[in-house]
Design a binder for this molecule. Structure first.
Ligand SMILES: Nc1nc2c(ncn2[C@@H]2O[C@H](COP(=O)(O)OP(=O)(O)O)[C@@H](O)[C@H]2O)c(=O)[nH]1
Ligand SMILES: [Mg+2]
Length: 418
């Protein structure tokens, strides 16, 4: 097909070579563009199959004309994720790596990229393989016991497989527990500014962003619509949402703004409950914050540059949106709240997918059954079956024995061309 649109003898090109030439419309014989054509022969390509890449000049029209020319020779467009799907089916990468391709593309922070990149390079899969190796050793002992049940398990053997199972189970749990941080690193955090009018929410938004995004005035009720902006700190992608000050208003636009604000605050991962420190924490502040759970709320004591006779509550962070004082400390406090275990180190493996957490969770449960079975002297056949189930759950992460439904759900999320 490439030979039909390209001016050179494509079939004769060696793998991993680049060739300059023209793409010709096979129907009109017009030159569409001067291009570079790259050949990657099986199995040394992304998918493991014969691959040709055409590098044309930038511009939608040229790319579309070239695509049309190639389609007219009988090619068809790839479906979403089809290249990565083929790479997985051809054994170039496992399923966890295929999922990482999507995460790498979608990464919105350096930390998200680091985590996804490590998964793409196979570190998660290798960790899972370590668990499997440890369990296969135990399985061998148990299977031998199934074959010669009259010999039983001596005390040392029982002790050593129990220890091995227990420690593998703990390691799996440890990996599984990184999901909380992983999901936040991967998906980001919706951070909502909330409070009465004029406490300085919009000023704080601007201070956090380091630019004048929201309109700030001393007129209460200035912000009526939701404003949002993306920002990143501590490796976490945040969506920062400024809301209308919550108060009872007769004015129809402001009332709608307040309604939307309450909705956004209700959905936020974390609420910055902004208080005007010069006025102290008033009953109307408390009324605004009361509907939202304390666990999702951080009190920000703003206008710390002004003289005040009030003391901030112990858990509050004092800042001045005006002078910038305390903003760095506020960011640190936010990171502490959203990453319970802190920012993961470069070599920590972090899971980001629900699918992986579920598989690890099932493995842990089956191992628990094996451990209980060993303590209760359950028959070795049953122990062996549970151990196999644990191994099967782990191998789902790498994509062994997964159903069509799981595969299509994963690859449907990809965009075309990946
Ligand atoms: N002195 C001082 N004034 C502030 C501070 N933050 C906001 N203000 C002022 O408070 C008023 C209301 O601010 P704004 O950000 O619009 O509050 P919002 O209604 O909560 O969004 C404006 O006049 C701001 O200049 C601060 O940290 N210190
Ligand atoms: Mg405002």
């Amino acid at each position: 097909m490439a030979a039909k649109v390209f001016t050179g003898p494509v079939a004769t090109y060696a793998t991993h070579t680049a060739h300059f030439g023209r793409v010709i419309d096979p129907i009109s014989s017009h030159v569409i563009d001067e291009v570079l054509l790259l050949v990657m022969r099986r199995p040394r390509s992304y998918t493991g199959e014969e691959t040709v890449e055409i590098h044309c000049h930038g511009g939608r029209l040229i790319a579309r004309r070239i695509l049309e020319a190639i389609l007219s020779t009988g090619a068809r467009p790839a479906s979403p994720g089809e290249f990565t799907f083929r790479a997985y089916m051809n054994g170039k990468i496992d399923l966890a790596q295929a999922e990482a391709v999507q995460s790498v593309i979608g990464a919105r922070s350096d930390l998200a990229l680091q985590v996804a990149g490590s998964q793409l390079r196979g570190r998660l899969s290798r960790r899972v393989t370590e668990f499997q190796r440890a369990l296969i050793d135990v399985a061998a002992t148990i299977e031998a016991w199934v074959d010669f049940p009259e010999e039983g398990l001596d005390f040392t053997a029982l002790h050593s497989i129990t220890t091995a199972l227990r420690s593998t189970q703990e390691n799996i749990e440890e990996l599984s527990s990184t999901f909380y941080e992983g999901q936040r690193i991967h998906d980001g955090i919706a951070l909502c500014l909330a409070g009465r009018p004029n406490v300085g929410k919009s000023s704080l938004m601007n201070a956090l962003l380091g630019k004048d995004r929201a309109i700030v005035t001393d007129v209460p009720g200035t912000t009526r619509d939701l404003l949002d902006a993306d920002l990143e700190f501590g490796g976490i992608p945040f969506r920062l949402i400024d809301t209308a000050g919550i108060r009872v208003s007769e004015e129809v636009v402001e009332r709608e703004g307040v309604r939307r604000s309450r909705e956004a605050i209700g959905e936020a991962d974390l609420i910055l409950a902004v208080v005007d420190g010069s006025e102290g924490l008033t009953p109307s502040d408390e009324e605004v914050f009361a509907p939202f759970p304390e666990s999702r709320r951080l009190t920000v004591w703003n206008k710390a540059d002004l003289p005040t006779s009030h003391l901030p509550p112990a858990h509050a962070v004092a800042v001045s949106a005006k002078t910038g004082e305390g903003i760095a400390a506020l960011k640190e406090a936010i990171i502490r709240l959203v990453l319970h275990r802190g920012v993961p180190s470069k070599d920590e493996i972090v899971i980001t997918q629900v699918r992986h957490r579920e598989a690890l969770g099932r493995a842990v449960e089956f191992l628990e059954r094996v451990l209980r079975g060993l303590a209760d002297a359950t028959s070795p056949e049953l122990l062996a079956a549970d151990l196999r189930s644990a191994l099967l759950a782990l191998s789902e992460i790498q994509g062994v024995d997964v159903t069509e439904e799981i595969l299509s759900a994963i690859f449907a999320k990809f965009c075309v061309g990946k």
